[in-house]
Design a protein around this ligand. Structure first.
Ligand code: ZN
Length: 394
């Protein structure tokens, strides 16, 4: 599809947009097992020689499938090298004061899940871990119905594709899952906390000439709730959408053609990965419900690279310093630093007065677009000497 945003609306009027829901879907109920509060092992742990830092936590609590559980591969699609778009629907996400959890907290939790070890065990199913795509906020005044249905979320995505804010399925260079976070004050269908499915995109356009028949677009929605609820449901839908995006991939036996019985549905236990609550999922190779976690690194930033230095419009290009866990120096781009923080590693700065300030990821939305920009900064405290911009150039 070759349309550009500059194309006059009239030439688009010959299109016929059609969005058909899939015959089935994977749902997650609104209840969760008790949080187990596991976390990554302390950096001082000696259990991981040779730099191995992946640990597979297994669960056998009530609601977690027994070791005799098996899966079926229907031979259908799995997602590889997919990107996950995070879409925030409704004015409530950008309201002042911000909701709890805030948009920023939800973004950071989702980014952490995507950047960390959580998805590791889906590789056995022919899928590969997905990475963070774009972050989108609906335009002001665009709000979901208070009692929404999946079709409402599908319409949001259809309109965003039709309006050019999101690419058409056949224009995507890799598989994409659009995950829509529903705002506070809205209600999901009874007993459903989230859902993933796909939809068929059909379009006939004469100018420019383009015919798309039943291209598939993958989507999920997550109901509003506590911060732990939202990240848990997101993690559940994520691993299921990757391993069974269209209901004919990996399912847990007995399979179900309409209410897909998937790897997240076989498990109930939740845990913490890098401080973010996730739900365990079935790993056939481990014969258990699993949550992969890894070592945390302590990273002291001692210099930054920023040119020009005193211009707020140019971001920090790079940071560097010492990896105290493995005792090796590091230098990385700001983007790499963000991904490392997302994976649960700790970055900090020591100021001239000896005070320590944690480096965190923040997000801002410039007025010229609705897609957020993530950046690093020190957490505000009483010291003025320890922020990133006070460090020497390197
Ligand atoms: Zn599910």
């Amino acid at each position: 599809m070759k349309t550009t945003l500059e194309e006059p609306l009239q030439t688009r009027s010959r299109r016929k947009l059609k969005w058909e829901a899939a015959k089935g879907h994977g749902v997650v109920p609104t209840h969760f097992g008790k949080a187990k509060h596991l976390d990554a092992k302390a950096p001082s742990a000696k259990a991981f020689p040779g730099g191995k830092d992946l640990v597979i936590e297994t669960f056998k609590n009530a609601g977690d499938a027994p070791a005799t559980t098996t899966v079926s591969d229907g031979g259908g699609k799995k997602l590889r090298n997919a990107t996950i778009n995070l879409i925030f629907w409704g004015d409530a996400w950008t309201a002042n004061p911000a909701p709890s959890p805030s948009l920023s907290e939800v973004v950071n939790d989702a980014a952490s899940i995507l950047a960390g070890p959580y998805q590791t065990r889906i590789s056995q199913y022919g899928a590969t871990p997905a990475r963070l795509g774009g972050i989108f906020v609906s335009v002001p005044g665009n709000n979901p119905p208070t009692n929404y249905q999946t079709s409402d979320v599908q319409n949001l995505i259809t309109n965003a594709i039709g309006g050019g804010a999101l690419p058409e399925p056949d224009e995507e260079t890799n598989d994409v899952v659009h995950v829509v976070f529903m705002p506070p004050g809205t209600n999901a269908p009874p007993n459903v906390g989230g859902l993933h499915t796909y939809a068929n995109w059909s379009e006939v356009s004469l100018i420019p000439f383009d015919i798309d028949i039943l291209d598939r677009s993958h989507m999920a929605w997550v109901a509003f709730g506590s911060r732990a609820f939202i990240s848990s449901v997101f993690s559940h839908e994520l691993v299921e959408a990757l391993s069974d995006p269209e209901g004919d991939g990996i399912q847990v036996n007995p399979t179900n053609g309409s209410n897909w019985n998937e790897i997240g549905d076989a498990c109930q236990s939740t845990g913490l990965v890098n401080g973010v609550t996730v739900q365990s999922y079935w790993s056939q190779s481990d014969r258990a419900c699993v949550i992969p976690v890894n070592l945390k690194l302590e990273m002291q930033i001692t210099f930054i690279h920023k040119d020009p230095r005193n211009d707020a419009f140019h971001p920090i290009q790079a940071v560097g310093g010492m990896n105290l866990t493995q005792n090796i120096p590091f230098r990385m781009s700001q983007k790499e630093c963000i991904a490392s923080i997302d994976r649960g590693n700790k970055f900090f700065v020591i100021g001239a007065d000896g005070s320590r300030a944690e480096v965190k990821v923040f997000i801002h939305f410039p007025p010229w677009n609705r897609q957020g920009i993530r950046y690093i900064a020190t957490v505000a405290d009483n010291s003025k000497a320890d922020n990133l911009l006070s460090l020497p150039e390197g």
